[in-house]
Design a protein around this ligand. Structure first.
Ligand SMILES: O=P(O)(O)OC[C@H]1O[C@H](O[C@H]2O[C@H](CO)[C@@H](O)[C@H](O)[C@H]2O)[C@H](O)[C@@H](O)[C@@H]1O
Length: 345
């Protein structure tokens, strides 16, 4: 059987899987252009081998929940590629009604937050669930519950009292607010500089700018990357990061989805709790920061969504958003059953 020796991302944010075949000791490079389904048997065998290290959260569900008994589960979800499918036009990445109902059902039983790279307003428009907390711009824009914060080393200065989309009092946390005027400037410069590339789309995610190249012809990828880099170097307080067929310019502050996860745990009142069990499900590079936080805390379950083998800090896997939905439904059913069992005791 073939084994996976290494998985990495190429310079354009596309996933590559280096596969080593013991029989031939040849290295095969399989280019996964953001696959949602494996392209051939080789990939499928590799995927099965990969799930030995990162077991399916659906298959391991009973075992995971046995270890969760008596713990307080908090659910964190990424949006694109996790609860909505990856599509060519970012403005059309709608979640299905079935997924919305599964997320809503989970949120009825457990505190649930969505942490996305998109701007928070847009994620809310897509999801439209009142019982979910929302963090946009990779965690740089969080609408958190109004609660005394227990462990908040110096973060108070980034908080303001606010009201959420449903008119409830809340706390708005925006650690990159001072960068807003420059982000608007970079947005305009990027639009101007990249307009020569056919198919490019610049998405303004408020505290982060996304340069989408999914609809740019492959031959123009390098040219686009050079143009984006030429803008990024003009702004030393910003950095260039990558996701799925997207380059992003964002403030170089020490704040990512991992920090957002911990901030939300704090504001939900679980900051120092040893019996909390955070569950984080995500598909992209930025989700790795949250996986890493769970690994460091030695708490909870980091779950990667991927249909190809990848290097990851997650412990479990799900193949695609349809498996995410199945997992969420299992979670809600497990909670309903365990609640009715404890009532019967
Ligand atoms: O953190 P996320 O919620 O996963 O957001 C990450 C980026 O997701 C979106 O882009 C990705 O999905 C698009 C729609 O399927 C796809 O066209 C694009 O190629 C993907 O990169 C979103 O548009 C970005 O702003 C987010 O940063």
């Amino acid at each position: 059987m073939e084994s996976i020796s290494k998985a990495r991302c190429d310079e354009n944010g596309d996933w590559l899987t280096v596969v080593k075949s013991p029989a031939t000791t040849n290295l095969q490079l399989t280019k996964g252009s953001d696959p949602t389904t494996p392209k051939d048997n080789t990939l499928d065998i590799n995927y099965i081998a990969w799930t030995i290290k990162y077991p399916s959260a659906l298959r391991a569900f009973d075992q995971m929940m046995n270890a969760a008994k008596g713990k307080r589960i908090v659910v964190f979800l990424d949006y694109d590629g996790t609860i909505s499918p990856i599509v060519a036009d970012p403005d059309q990445a709608f979640m299905t009604d079935a997924m919305r109902s599964a997320v809503g059902e989970v949120a009825r039983h457990f505190p649930t937050a969505i942490i996305s790279g998109r701007c928070r307003d847009k994620v809310y428009k897509f999801v439209q669930l009142a019982n979910v907390y929302y963090a946009g711009s990779h965690g740089m824009d969080i609408m958190a519950p109004l609660q005394p914060i227990i462990r908040n080393g110096g973060l108070n200065k980034f908080q303001t009292r606010s009201v959420d989309e449903n008119g409830r009092e809340a706390v708005l946390f925006q650690p990159a607010k001072e960068f807003l005027p420059t982000i608007q400037e970079i947005f305009r410069v990027l639009q101007e500089r990249t307009k020569v590339v056919h198919g490019v789309m610049i998405e303004n995610n408020k505290f982060c700018l996304s340069v989408h190249f999914r609809r740019v012809s492959h031959e123009d990828w390098n040219k686009l990357e050079e143009l984006v880099k030429s803008v990024a170097v003009q702004y030393p307080q910003f950095c260039l990061t990558r996701g799925r067929k997207v380059m992003e310019i964002r403030p170089s502050i020490k704040w990512d989805k991992g920090h957002a996860l911990e901030y939300l745990l704090d504001t939900l009142g679980y900051g120092n709790s040893t019996d909390v069990l955070p569950l984080y499900i995500g598909d992209d590079l930025t989700d790795e920061d949250a996986f890493q936080v769970l690994q460091r805390r030695g708490q909870g379950y980091p779950i990667i969504v991927s249909s190809i083998p990848k290097d990851t800090k997650a412990s479990y896997s799900l193949r695609d958003p349809s498996e995410v939905m199945a997992f969420l439904l299992c979670l809600a059913r497990w909670k309903r059953n365990s609640s009715s069992n404890s009532l019967q005791l």
